[in-house]
Design a protein. Structure first.
Length: 381
């Protein structure tokens, strides 16, 4: 058993005095490209991290739900609830129970203990990993007939309506639907997916993930403001979402948007959607190395047009590129979080060192770097 499986099992036994009936795991994710496009009905291309959250679960003896975590060992217990009744981290779990019921399914009452190796609040989606591990456990233990393609939206409703975080469908889709060795090309309007071969090792390449360890600031407010700008732009342009503006139609759209901020936000979304499509086309052709410039262009667009980067992530991108990376970009919602760099497989150590040196020079908190291989989606262990 992996370390997290052991820790989740031990936490379960310590809290409830019995063995779990089973273990369910769901991964964090990195988004290769396609940032803030999900809530614009656009395209994203995440892959699952090898880092996962494990839920140790067993039926509850008394018809209520209980959940504890190695980070919060005192169990939180609840019955059937409505949004607002369970707060704090337990809301992610109560939210999944609530959203399943809302979707017409009867989740079994269970006891849960959680352990995770997904860093919290680093833009790698520990929240979706938590929701997805619990959702998968409830579906399996309850014998619920919930098709895979419906599951992300159920977990998203838990996060949006119960926890109160207005996130798009990207994170939960990645945690639930990703496959090992593949990137998940997702159309956030139709929820159609395509598993895109993403075998970096065969090409002598690797993705280095660099956690900037920068403190997240104003994330919720800024996220909400970006969403509002996108909705406002779409309304002015008379389209359902910015996904409906093509690169060819962009100059005309920009002319019609009087406001400079709306112009910048719109330019990011429209060009970012196209970069996802271009990345997918290259990957389908096996031309992995050539996606580098698209990643770097995505970063420039997030920095200059969407204005969601901070000094630490810009420095990480610049240092990785200066060290020879084929491309690099911030991944995740922004205002801190992680950077990914496409590098030659042999250069992981030297690239990580170059970024660490650039951080030390500026007095930033040291970054944490690792090579990420595309792992499997949510599953029973
Ligand atoms: P991210 O998803 O980028 O990691 P979020 O702010 O969306 O950041 O989600 C982090 C929150 O999810 C934590 O503050 C906590 O409430 C909850 N969470 C995630 N993993 C765990 C865990 N292993 N134990 C307890 N709470 C967790
Ligand atoms: Mg999250």
């Amino acid at each position: 058993m992996s370390d997290i499986s052991v820790k989740a099992t031990e936490a379960f036994t310590a809290a409830y005095g019995e063995e779990p009936a089973g273990l369910w795991a769901a991964p964090g994710r990195v988004n290769l490209i396609g940032e803030h496009t999900d809530y614009n009905d656009g395209f994203v291309l995440p892959f699952a991290l090898p880092q996962r959250t494990v839920a140790a679960v067993a039926p509850s003896p008394d018809g209520t739900w209980s959940v504890c975590s190695t980070l919060a060992p005192e169990p939180v217990s609840f019955g059937v609830t409505e949004p607002g009744e369970v707060t704090g981290w337990g809301a992610y779990v109560a939210g999944v129970v609530w959203a399943l019921r809302e979707a017409g399914f009867e989740p079994p009452a269970v006891r849960i203990a959680i352990d995770s190796e997904v860093p919290l609040g680093s833009g790698l989606s520990s929240s979706a990993a938590l929701e997805s591990s619990v959702l998968t456990a409830l579906i399996d233990l309850g014998g619920l007939d919930v098709p895979l393609e419906r599951r992300p939206a159920i977990a998203q409703r838990a996060e949006n309506l119960y926890v109160g975080a207005p996130t798009g469908i990207l994170d939960q889709s990645a945690s639930i639907r990703c496959e090992a060795g593949k990137a998940l090309f997702l159309d956030c309007r139709s929820y159609e997916i395509e598993q895109i071969p993403f075998d970096l090792a065969a090409a002598g390449l690797a993705i280095l993930v660099i956690n900037s360890n920068a403190p997240h600031q104003h994330v919720d407010g800024e996220y909400g403001a970006r969403r509002k700008s996108c909705e406002e732009s779409a309304a002015i342009l008379g389209v359902p979402a910015l996904r409906d503006v093509s690169v060819a139609g962009l100059p005309d759209a920009l002319d019609r948007l009087g406001d400079d901020v709306l112009r910048k936000r719109t330019r990011h979304i429209v060009t970012e959607n196209q970069r996802v499509l271009d990345t997918v086309a290259l990957l389908r052709d096996g031309r992995v190395r050539e996606i580098g410039p698209l990643l770097t262009a995505s970063h420039a667009s997030m920095r200059d047009d969407f204005e969601i980067t901070v000094a630490q992530v810009d420095v990480a991108v610049e240092a990785a590129l200066a060290a020879g990376a084929h491309g690099a970009r911030m991944t995740g919602g922004g205002f801190g979080g992680c950077v990914l760099a496409l590098i030659d497989a042999a250069e992981a150590g030297s690239t990580a060192d170059a970024v660490a040196a650039a951080y030390a020079e500026r007095g930033f908190t040291a970054p944490t770097s690792w090579v990420a291989v595309a792992g499997p989606g949510a599953t029973r262990l």
